[in-house]
Design a protein around this ligand. Sequence first.
Ligand SMILES: [Mn+2]
Length: 345
Amino acid sequence: MAATVFDPDSIGIANGNFFGLPCTEEEARTVLVQVPWDATVSYGKGTALGPGAMLDASLQVDLFDERIPGAAEMKVWTLPQDESLAALGAAARTTVEQVISSLEQGNDPSSLEELCAHVNAASERLNGYVEATAEKYLSEGRMVGVIGGEHSVPLGLIKALSRRHPGMGVLHIDAHSDTRCAYEGFVYSHASIMYNVMREAPGVSRITQVGIRDFCSAEYSLVTSSPLFAPFTDFRLKERLFTGTSWDGVCSEIISTLPEEVYISFDIDGLTPEYCPGTGTPVPGGLTFSQADWLLWRLACSGRRIVGFDLCEVAPGTDGEWDANTGARMLFKLLLYSHFQDGKK
Ligand SMILES: [Mn+2]
């Protein structure tokens, strides 16, 4: 039947895979794990709908790249969403809303410990799911990418990878440092992912942060004093650019802080908010799509190996499919650049 013939130059077929790529679980070189979870989001919600919205938007992306042959032949399979996760996250979200509204009314945080413990237990189950899923596919020799969801969700993947690649670095693109300890009482908060990486993934030797522009003083002192971190705040990036350094030169400085094996943790709000108006905590400033793309391309060309990635905080918003379109296209770049490295081995 004509509808089942894969044509990379025409609109993608809704076969459950991102970009409509024709690939089975057995054939997969990369497995994408969707995590529809926005339990601890403190401001705007909706990132739980991100994976589905990006999957729909991905069918519009042309599977061609002028630099990398074989884009349409990438073996990428998408693990279907686990519905029980969405239900667990929605229940936890209701408890989180109770806690936040109680905190906003000035109630004593210690009176909320039991509610927070419920949320933390739900997050631990989520982390267990992601880690076990990652372990399964990594042990089969496949690459794993996590598609959030809020930015708390990739912890299990980062832990699994850091055991296999001790000394690996994390390239963290984000408006936020995400180094808060138990934000609002929630240990596995979206605002704590890199704090938790520091605590629970000792195999990570470097966290290089790019585009950070919304942080508290405790976070700033942590990332500027700990040798684990290499912070490139948005102000420092712009200072370099506005005084005449090229973006390519800045990318070289960023990449030079990373070891040979690199995991990419991409929060879409690292981009300027025009690209992601629906995301939970948009912040003015940031990277353009092209700047982020150039950074990832230069990383791939640097000889370093991309060992895995996540793409988080994409929320469909209310203005059509723009956020998901941006997310799907950034996901395509992440897949392309990890695939590109295979050709160089
Ligand atoms: Mn963020």
